[in-house]
Design a protein around this ligand. Structure first.
Ligand SMILES: [Zn+2]
Length: 332
């Protein structure tokens, strides 16, 4: 039971606060998806509940640690949406507050992890605020968020903020390299593509690498007019929400960079650079920019609260791409 190697600095910070008995009652852990906030918050809970305070970060073997590990510790509550992607409701937060005010069964802390915290609706967040303002003595609320800007500023300001990232940290690439040593893929490149180590591992273990290759194939075929645009949009719409648009945005930003420089810095699509070059050569800058702009608009629409037809949005892009790519000579 330990935090990930790229989380050592953040761990030192909370460990020192625990030792000095000045850990905040409200913690906001935030960073990109796949950075490991879930693991960090569980280890922190185990550290606070563990029967052996000298074990670092937690012994992993005492009754408390085993109960935390199995999700059954009576002094630890996990609050998440009842279904993935849905909101955390005010009733869930009311139940949580009742739980926080009960006496601790093991005589230590009462801990709650809210994940993802930005899933709380306005009512839920406002209800939680009262507890953040007047927390029970030995309570710790841990809010995990990949998008903290979506939390009310009143909630954020009541929490100690702990940011997670990878800037200048090579331990994540080393770790990833150890996990994927048989795959033949470059961990640095994967990290760039995925944005975080666990997301990169998901890409390798899931079908995402193949799906992204297929998406590049689709772009090439559309440019040669030998793919059915509606079928392509349907295939992209079938991917997890937003994934196709995110990959396309990355690819087209990189195409823009390729248009401007032979060896562009910060290039994220090195694995497909050989296939992007002929596409880029047949286009002018203005056409690539218009693709980027349309993708940005589609991405904003998919992320908004209005329900859009995913297939129709993607078809709009597919037809734009086909028209610029076929007129620009990509087909040759
Ligand atoms: Zn323990």
């Amino acid at each position: 039971m330990n935090v990930y190697p790229w989380q050592q600095a953040q761990w030192q910070r909370v460990a020192q606060a625990i030792t000095a008995d000045r850990l905040s009652h409200g913690l906001l852990l935030h960073g990109p998806a796949g950075i490991g906030l879930t693991r960090f918050s569980r280890v922190l809970a185990a550290r606070l509940l563990c029967d052996r305070p000298d074990a670092a970060p937690a012994c992993g073997a005492c009754k408390a640690c085993i109960l935390v590990d199995s999700g059954n510790h009576p002094d630890l509550e996990l609050i998440e949406p009842e279904e993935p992607g849905k909101q955390i409701k005010v009733e869930q937060i009311r139940d949580l507050i009742d739980f926080m005010h009960l006496k601790s069964q093991y005589g230590k802390y009462k801990i709650a992890i809210i994940e993802p915290a930005e899933a709380m609706n306005t009512n839920a967040a406002n209800t939680l605020l009262k507890t953040l303002e007047e927390p029970p003595a030995t309570s710790v609320l841990i809010l995990n968020s990949h998008d903290p800007q979506r939390l009310p500023v009143t909630v954020r300001s009541r929490c100690q903020s702990i940011a997670f990232g990878l800037a200048g940290d090579s331990t994540a690439a080393t770790w990833l390299g150890e996990q994927i040593n048989d795959s033949g893929m470059d961990p640095e490149q994967l990290l760039q593509l995925a944005g975080a180590p666990l997301a990169a591992l998901d890409m390798v273990e899931g079908k995402q690498i193949e799906q992204r290759q297929q998406l590049v194939d689709d772009l090439v075929h559309l440019g040669r007019s030998d793919a059915d645009p509606v079928a392509v949009a349907g295939r992209w719409a079938g991917l997890e929400t937003g994934v196709a648009v995110r990959w396309l945005q990355r690819l087209f930003m990189d195409m823009l960079k390729l248009k401007l420089s032979e060896q562009p810095p910060g290039f994220g699509s090195s694995d497909v650079i050989g296939r992007l070059r002929p596409l880029v050569n047949g286009l002018d800058l203005r056409e690539i920019v218009s693709c980027c702009q349309l993708l940005a608009r589609i991405n904003a629409q998919l992320g908004s609260t209005v329900t859009y037809n995913k297939q129709a949005l993607l078809e709009e892009f597919v037809f734009l791409w086909r028209s610029v790519a076929t007129s620009g000579g990509v087909s040759q």
